[in-house]
Design a protein around this ligand. Sequence first.
Ligand SMILES: Cc1ncc(COP(=O)(O)O)c(C=O)c1O
Length: 386
Amino acid sequence: MSKTESRWKVPLADVVLGSEEIEAVTQVLKSGWLSMGPKTEEFEQRFAQFLGIRHAFAAANGTAALHLACEALGLKEGDEVLCPALTFVATANAILYTGARPVFIDITGPHDLNLSVADAAAKVTERTRAIMVVHYGGYPCDMDGVRALAAKYDLKIIEDCAHAPGAVYYSQEGPRMVGAIGDVGCFSFFANKNMTTGEGGMVVTKDDELAERIRIMRSHGMTTLTWDRHKGHSFSYDVVARGYNYRLDEMRAALGIVQLRKVKAGNTKRREIILTYREKLKNLKFIEIPFLGAPEGSTHHLFPVLLRDGVRRADFMAALAGQGIQTSIHYPPIHRFSSYLSLLPFDHRLPVTEEVCSREVTLPLFPHMSQNQVQQVIGAVKNCLK
Ligand SMILES: Cc1ncc(COP(=O)(O)O)c(C=O)c1O
């Protein structure tokens, strides 16, 4: 179904690609070099500059980026990795791919849907090797707390920044770009993200050794790329590890370069819409708005609300859908999925995650939402909760 045939007056998320994106992709098609090459290199350099970090590697998608991060850190069977359950399943799947086990940690509370550092500390064992944080909805986690925990137990830090390209964390030491704080940062450019290449991702690190492992694992464990050989830099290659084909293609890299130029402006627009939402919805008896007191610096990927006083979520979502407004749930918690139940201790409970998740609804948010659409959502929410 095309976007114009959509049943939604206000979709949950939306993307607008303009003449710049079309031109950039067309140029690649005309150039005849389609696999990883000069555009990918340029995208990586620009992304590294954007974050102020030494290394950036484009990947096929955000999940591949996370898997590469786990591989580069040498995670393996018998290892444990702390991570939240209130995230997309790819976060935990990437850990499982290496043979390591995700150990789920609870969230802080209804006001802050990011992981609780206190619960993470309580779940460290002698097998814990890393902590994978997720900046939920683009709101930075308590990275000072995470870094202190990691330093105490010698843990590696992976940042899942799928929601957070351009987010700033105000650390005790000053502002830091999200993704450049831990050992490895991973981004997704999936179609509903703040910047998109359709499918795509990026892995960033300041560590030269990790960078080399990521580079090799991304392309079959090979020491040189087709592009290097095309440039005449080398004639052959060795295979030094059992790697993957997690490369990005040139069309997507060209799209990414244009989208990267627009991401800050898009994030600002999202913030303006969220301020209106908050202003108009914050005094409603039946909903609670997380992250109200959060510091600036979010990319505002999502606008989650929590229903209160027994309002039934299915009824609320159906009533909004009836008015042409699409909503979603971020997220059904991973530890309750069938395929995860068998991996977890029998009594695995995350009381705060479970309570908050049962009440969460995500309202529409995208940078080019019109004032009229924002007002439609606000009006419909108020109507449904009367
Ligand atoms: C928090 C989170 N982590 C990881 C991913 C995986 O990214 P991708 O869909 O690009 O593989 C996503 C998004 O889809 C996500 O929202």
